[in-house]
Design a binder for this molecule. Structure first.
Ligand SMILES: N[C@H](CCC[C@H](N)C(=O)O)C(=O)O
Length: 284
């Protein structure tokens, strides 16, 4: 049975979205890698997303995310905006709720191909990131080898349903630095499930410049959950107000760590690139 897909992106962080109306999409890690591969017969993307039929009352779908390395992840902010937009478009609605591994998310239309998503509350406990039990010191100096790091502070760890570590740096970092450092930290023993690595430069109390090395996907053009994590970390450090623009080289998201309920609200664009059919080999 052939499956169609939609190629979408949020600020250049790109996705192959498979919408299954009946039979759930149950790809193997190899099939995900084959889809995500750029060139050589692959479609090419940072994450693969499955929109499956809902499993619970009140949800329009059950959504899963896989990184290009084939591993499933609990959250994907830019992908969540794209899914919310798709579901609202197909239902002719301006709001939607759907379930993910990390819980129920809700989205509302915020303008032409602009979506606001409630990403839920950040998880800040050691065990929720998760961090390795063995290292229970409050201040963990990540010894990541001889790196001419322009960063200032001990990193801050935040989960948005997926693990993030945020380094505050005193100048925006290069792709080369983010790649060298991010790939070292991604599999550091402090993070038993791996980690997404953000490098945040605080420009002002409502503006952060961010670059993210993503777990299982590498350097991406933008990272929605990374933007949420960076803003939560900056508020915790007293560096930004509750609402800020989090800017990537490809564009910006508005992130608010809402005072009233502690939820993180993300607003940003979605783009539809093209539609296609999955190669037979992975269309099972
Ligand atoms: N690009 C996604 C993040 C994917 C996170 C993934 N790399 C993980 O393993 O958690 C975003 O917009 O939030």
């Amino acid at each position: 049975m052939s499956r169609t897909f939609l190629k979408m992106n949020g600020l250049g962080n790109d996705f192959v979205v498979v919408q299954t109306l009946t039979q759930n999409f149950e790809p193997t890690p190899e099939e995900i890698r084959a889809i995500a591969k750029r060139g050589d017969g692959g479609i090419g993307c940072d994450q693969v997303i499955a929109i499956d039929p809902p499993k619970a009352e009140g949800a329009s779908a059950y959504v899963r995310f896989w990184n290009s390395d084939g591993e499933e992840t609990g959250a994907c902010g830019n992908g969540t905006r794209c899914v919310a937009w798709l579901l609202m478009q197909s239902a002719g609605k301006t709001e939607v709720a759907f379930d993910t591994v990390a819980g129920r998310l809700s989205g509302v239309a915020a303008g032409e191909k602009l979506v606001t998503v409630d990403m839920g509350p950040p998880r800040l406990e050691w065990s929720q990131i998760p961090l390795a039990e063995a290292m229970d010191t409050a201040r963990v100096e990540l010894q990541v080898g001889p790196i001419d790091a322009p960063w200032v502070h001990t990193p801050v760890c935040v989960s948005m349903g997926n693990p993030h570590v945020v380094f505050f740096v005193d100048a925006p970092v290069s792709d080369e630095f983010a790649t060298k450092t991010g790939s070292l930290v991604e599999h550091h023993p402090l993070f038993p499930e791996g980690v997404n690595v953000g490098f945040a430069h605080v420009e002002s109390r409502d503006h952060i410049r961010l670059k993210v090395w993503e777990r299982g996907a590498g350097l991406t053009a933008a990272c929605g959950t990374g933007a949420c994590a960076a803003q939560v970390a900056a508020v915790r450090r007293g560096l930004t107000d509750r609402k800020a623009k989090v800017e990537f080289e490809s564009g910006a998201l508005t992130i608010e760590w809402r005072e009233s309920d502690g939820h993180v609200i993300m607003t940003g664009p979605v783009s539809m690139d093209f539609a296609g059919k999955l190669p037979e080999a992975v269309a099972a």
